[in-house]
Write a protein that binds this ligand. Structure first.
Ligand code: XMP
Length: 328
């Protein structure tokens, strides 16, 4: 079903637990065949795709999978802590945690072009993994959570996803990409069948470069913190109001311009915060969630009062197309 020249357009889609189990068995066989006694290094971001790849690889090769969780500084609030808790403490994975936040922030300082930012972050990722690989003995493979829409959009040249494409020749690592022919919803069905925790399987998609693509233009530490805090408030309010499992993807964006406002009776020249909440099946097109007005007002009130540097909240009503889901 997933031999290398099969295109997903002609494959049976994975919609049931039985189909997911068949996929899992097949992938375990294929991974063992490809990897043998070799060791696989995996970038474990904690998102659905890499978590499912990690679980598949743990089933197939156990401790020969080395998971590396890089905190590049663009993760959501509480995320690195949760990855350590779930994978190291609960799943007993072979997990290395690398705090590289300062290093990434220095690399992208002053860089405002979106594709250049993605490129720098992608390149730095590869460097970090290369460094980790050199500290370890005999790593021959690189696991990746590439999914089919990543490949399609890269082929069309819409966007340079950091997690698709070439590794430097000298890294000598062969790719292991067991979910590369699946759509997001299928990855979730497989994740459930693998017994991953509900909150991990239902987690929203999150770009490899993370908050970096939502802190538009040249990233600064203070605006990045405002973004992280506003995103945490949005997620908390969606969870408290029954939208967390219902809306496909929701997040905030903090653009790199300021507008005039008033706080505590004084002029406040601060950033706006944009809310994005979309529904889609495969991320190729998307519609807008009709958030109840009262909830929008509450979120606006919380973000403008609790987040340092934000004086306005806007709701992006643009479907895909014409907008992409992310702003960069
Ligand atoms: P766009 O912005 O192209 O996003 O409409 C479509 C979906 O892809 C996610 N996305 C990424 N996922 N690596 C990923 O794994 C990335 O670099 C990346 N960039 C965007 C986006 O969040 C949306 O769900």
């Amino acid at each position: 079903m997933t031999s290398s020249n099969v295109r997903p357009e002609t494959m049976e889609r994975i919609t049931t637990e039985a189909l997911a189990n068949a996929f899992i068995e097949e992938q375990i066989r294929e991974i063992r065949e490809q990897v043998g006694d070799g060791k696989v290094l995996l970038a474990l971001s904690g998102g659905v795709d890499s978590s499912v790849v990690a679980a598949l690889l743990i089933k197939a090769i156990g401790r020969n999978l080395v998971c590396v969780h890089v905190n590049h500084g663009f993760l959501r609030k509480g995320e690195p802590e949760q990855v350590i808790q779930v994978f190291r403490n609960e799943m007993n994975a072979n997990l290395i945690y690398v705090d590289a936040a300062d290093r990434f922030l220095e690399k992208v300082a002053g860089v405002s072009d979106p594709e250049q930012k993605r490129h720098i972050i992608g390149e730095e990722f590869i460097k970090v993994f290369d460094e980790e690989a050199h500290k370890l003995e005999g790593i021959g493979f690189l696991g990746q959570g590439t999914i089919y829409p990543d490949i399609l959009e890269s082929e069309k040249g819409i966007k340079a996803h950091h997690n698709v494409g070439g590794l430097p020749e000298e890294m000598k690592m062969e790719l292991v990409e067991p979910v590369k022919l699946l759509y997001k919803d299928e990855v979730r069905v497989v994740g459930k069948a693998l017994g991953l925790p509900e909150n991990m399987v239902e987690r929203q998609p999150f770009p490899g470069p993370g908050l970096a693509v939502r802190c538009t233009g040249a990233i600064t530490r203070d605006r990045l913190e405002a973004l992280r805090e506003s995103d945490a408030i949005l997620r908390e309010e969606f969870a408290n109001n029954g939208l967390a499992g219902k809306v496909w993807q929701y997040f905030t964006i903090v653009p790199d311009f300021k507008t005039t406002g008033i706080k505590d009776g004084a002029r406040a020249f601060e950033w706006p915060c944009v809310i994005r909440a979309v529904n889609t099946k495969d991320a190729m097109t998307a519609t807008i969630e009709e958030i109840p007005y009262a909830l929008l007002a509450k979120i606006t009130d919380r973000i403008t009062h609790e987040v340092k540097g934000i004086n306005r909240v806007l709701y992006d009503l643009t479907p895909k197309p014409t907008g992409t889901i992310e702003w960069e």
